[in-house]
Design a protein around this ligand. Sequence first.
Ligand SMILES: [Zn+2]
Length: 418
Amino acid sequence: MKPSHSTSESSPSLPALACVLACLLVPSLSSTHAQEKTAIRIDAAFPGGNILVNKVEDDTVTLGPEQRDSLLPWFYWYYRVRGASGRKLAFELGKDNMGVRGPAVSIDKGQTWNWLGAEAVTEGTFNFTFPAGAEEVRFSVGMPYLRADLDQCLARHKDDPFLQVETLTRTRKGREVPVVRVRDLSKKARYTVAITSRHHCCEMMASYVVEGLLEGALANDPAGRWLRANAEFLFVPMMDTDGVEDGDQGKNRAPLDHNRDYAVASPRYPEVAALKDLLPAWTEGRPLVFLDLHDPALRTDIHETVHFLEPEERDMAARMDKLCTYLERDQQGPIIYRKAHNLRFGSGYNTHMARPSPLSAGWARSLPNTLLGCTVEIAYANAAGCEVNTHSGRELGRDMALALSNFLRDSPEAEPTK
Ligand SMILES: [Zn+2]
């Protein structure tokens, strides 16, 4: 691990060729006022962009996600529309590619996002009236979170003496993979907490929860102060940094995705190899809590909740239950988490059959000093009736930081391994 030269180095490298091909100059074909209408342009040639435009007919655009190297159909898309000021257009994406609160919309080039709402969507098609004078409007299946967003968060805390930003490694495309540490340099903390996300690069809503956890660990409140006195944090917010910036699906990436790369002796991705080296060395045998944050599928049942995946190991399952008890008891944010939504080992997709092991959390559990390692799934838009968005996601992260502090305070079994 070496110091990063700059925390503000984003990676808006050349857009993937597929994004360039997705750029489309679309003349309006509407017959009545054609002379009044400018050509609209739809493209994804920016960090995180992903769209495949299939057809433009009158005021209806048929489009969908670029699958790239995903082995199974997945639903991530993120595009912008320019030249549509004052017009009403219909975008046909298909039911399988549309979340339960409709698309996320940004009118400030991805700085802020709002759900358009389920009422704007019919059978996977949404209508949108572009504000007069709108230069560009961006649409996505979620609320995209890129390296630039992480850098904005880190910039807010750049003078914080407890924060250190370093580089885990470089990706296969040469991008730096940030690793963010929170620790009190004046002492050696008893516990270690590692938080990872974006093993599946498209799962951006988890990133807001990671931000909340980071800010909870840095907070000047009782939980934050206790955590820094007793625990050292290591965050790898973008395990698939290339995929995040290129706008890939990442889920079920061929031949195997980042979260399945832990099962092989020689990891394919340098990020995974580097974390497997770093984590045991960093903990130095201190008790470890490892949480890997994801987003599940788009809709129905379990996918519209926040849920932890119970580990197979009974001692860790019991500890997960304890952590979740604190989270349920002490949560203060808008997302109401319920322990009952957790997925027991052996049920639903939380089985060996469904999940060849070890995934990252399973690998972490194999370390001798791990107290708890588990996967946490954050619904994209709807968590049992609560809206998931950039704010509520961060607040959930703050609640998780509070729960971690109470969990670790109450860990009599957590004697450090010698
Ligand atoms: Zn995932």
